[in-house]
Write a protein that binds this ligand. Structure first.
Ligand SMILES: Nc1ncnc2c1ncn2[C@@H]1O[C@H](COP(=O)(O)OP(=O)(O)OP(=O)(O)O)[C@@H](O)[C@H]1O
Ligand SMILES: [Mg+2]
Length: 412
């Protein structure tokens, strides 16, 4: 199984320019996660910080018990071997053909024979649809092909953690669908922990198990995909709908006067070309290609999510339960409420005599179950108080988003 990545209070600036602060999240092992965020919010800087190419000012990034922010160069070198990274620009060596580019990590980090290297490189080039292009130089191929070559190179060391920075940029929609499928298939085949940075709404909605978003120098949210897909947090909604109206502007963030003017214009019937209807809700997740085995990461994730179900917002709970098959609903002892409060708490993994603790307060804004409350991503508008974040009033959540009653079948 892929490695878990635990990030706590990570903060990064360049000189006086703060990029993001206090980023806390856990990439669950062997699951696929995606990080969204407007251009310039520091997504690429985040990936580079995760592999120690950039040094954060504060915080921890712990992989297999090693904090890569403070560890020695030697340890960092060892930890980096667990990673396969596709950089935003592909980062290929311009003077080497694709074959040598993809073979590079094997020659650098292993003692494999050239025969074995040929087998591995051919396999990865084939996997990424580049068979036959091995003699080409990066300057002789399209941007999309360079991207795929970068991905092939990221895979040769059988990484436990795969970071991919905008795998879809420069790809047409059909190739993007193929690369999305490739990422899901990869996760199925090698069970690696995957983090994808993307602007592609379709990919974000259908590929990852978990979604996060960076905005205004903070991690706005991170959690199971259903939480963001059903969220009414304005910045998340605007992004997932690709709308102009909302807090995100051309240069990252809008002032309130601009937002009010836009609202008034929209109310007066002005069309700004944004889609008329909002898409919100849990769409079906991409499955592994036919012929591949079940994705164990998906099964593990479902068990994990059902254990923390009661901590999630009501809309996310509903979306999760409705996406389960009838057998799964029976297995986890839940049923759709169709608007009524969700009936039964998830008991999977708990001994029969063990009760899920009754929580009477407002919805916790954490989505990661195992982490203590002060170490989890927060939902703005939730109760945990995140004063830097507009929209987070620190007040109790709205009616309807409350904790489901625990008096259903099997409840406390
Ligand atoms: N090495 C560096 N030195 C100084 N500033 C940097 C460096 N790398 C990135 N930045 C700055 O950090 C900010 C975030 O950059 P980053 O590339 O991470 O954005 P991004 O979210 O990946 O954007 P995009 O979606 O356009 O790729 C930018 O303002 C950028 O200029
Ligand atoms: Mg970037």
């Amino acid at each position: 199984m892929g490695a878990e990545v635990v990030i706590e209070g990570l903060t990064k600036s360049f000189g006086r320019q703060a990029i993001w602060r206090d980023v806390t999240l856990t990439l669950p092992p062997g699951e696929v996660s995606a990080m969204l965020g407007p251009s310039g919010t520091g997504k690429s800087v985040f990936l580079k910080s995760m592999i120690g190419l950039l040094k954060p000012d504060r915080g921890r990034c712990v992989i297999n018990g090693v904090d890569i922010v403070t560890c020695s160069e030697h340890k960092l070198y060892e930890i980096r071997k667990l990673f396969g990274v596709l950089f935003q620009d592909g980062a290929l060596f311009g003077s080497m053909n694709l074959y040598d580019n993809v073979a590079f990590p094997l020659r650098e980090h292993t003692k494999k024979s050239e025969t074995e290297i040929r087998r591995i490189v051919s396999e990865k080039l084939e996997m990424t649809g580049l068979a036959g292009a091995d003699k080409k130089l990066p300057g002789e191929i399209s941007g999309g092909m360079r991207k795929r070559a970068g991905l092939a190179r990221a895979l040769v060391l059988d990484p436990q953690i795969i970071l991919v920075d905008e795998p879809d940029s420069g790809l047409d929609p059909v190739r993007t669908a193929y690369i999305s499928q490739l990422l899901i298939d990869l996760n199925t085949q090698i069970d690696a922990t995957i983090l994808i940075v993307t602007h592609n709404i379709n990919l974000a909605r259908t590929v990852p198990d978990n979604l996060g978003m960076l905005f205004r120098k903070e991690l706005v949210m991170f959690g199971p995909r259903e939480v963001l897909l059903t969220s009414d947090e304005p910045v998340v909604e605007q992004f997932l709908n690709g709308r102009k109206r909302g807090p995100i502007g051309m240069s990252e963030e809008k002032d309130s006067a601009t937002m009010e003017r836009e609202e008034a214009e929209a109310a007066a019937g002005h069309s700004d070309g944004s889609p008329d209807e909002d898409v919100r809700g849990v769409v079906a997740q991409m499955q592994p290609s036919p012929g591949l085995p079940e994705r164990v990461g998906a099964r593990r994730r479902m068990d994990r999510v059902m254990r923390i179900l009661h901590t999630l917002p009501a809309a996310a709970q509903e979306g999760i339960i409705e996406s389960l098959s009838p057998e799964e609903q029976r297995h986890y002892n839940v049923r759709p409420s169709h608007g009524a409060p969700v009936a039964a708490p998830a008991r999977h993994g708990l001994a029969d005599t063990q009760q899920i603790p009754r929580v009477t307060g407002p919805v916790p804004s954490q989505h990661q179950g195992e982490l203590p409350a002060d170490q989890v991503a927060r939902i703005p508008g939730g109760w945990s108080g995140n004063p830097g974040n507009p929209g987070n009033t620190g007040e109790a959540p709205r009616p309807g988003s409350g904790y489901p009653p625990r008096n259903g079948p099997g409840g406390a």
